[in-house]
Design a protein around this ligand. Structure first.
Ligand SMILES: [Zn+2]
Length: 79
């Protein structure tokens, strides 16, 4: 019985992680908004990456900052 409970606990933990990742990804997708600033409708410009592989974007109109770690942006490297 202990094994079954252990497996169930593992499954629940995996499910929580999977749901958390989906929620975070959807949030980032909404924030990035296909490169359109969600606040003012300006263009989000790539400016830097962090050591974890996250990409930073800032708006050219209102300086709104967006950081994404999931693949919600197109893999482009603008200078
Ligand atoms: Zn903006």
């Amino acid at each position: 019985m202990i094994t079954i409970i252990g497996i169930l606990i593992c499954l629940v933990i995996l499910l929580v992680i999977a749901v958390g990742m989906t929620v975070t990804r959807n949030h980032e997708k909404k924030e990035y908004n296909n490169g359109i600033c969600p606040k003012c409708g300006g263009n989000l410009r790539y400016f830097d990456s962090d050591s974890q592989g996250g990409r930073g974007y800032n708006c050219d109109k209102c300086n709104n900052f967006v950081w994404v770690s999931y693949n919600v942006d197109k893999p482009r490297k603008e200078e």
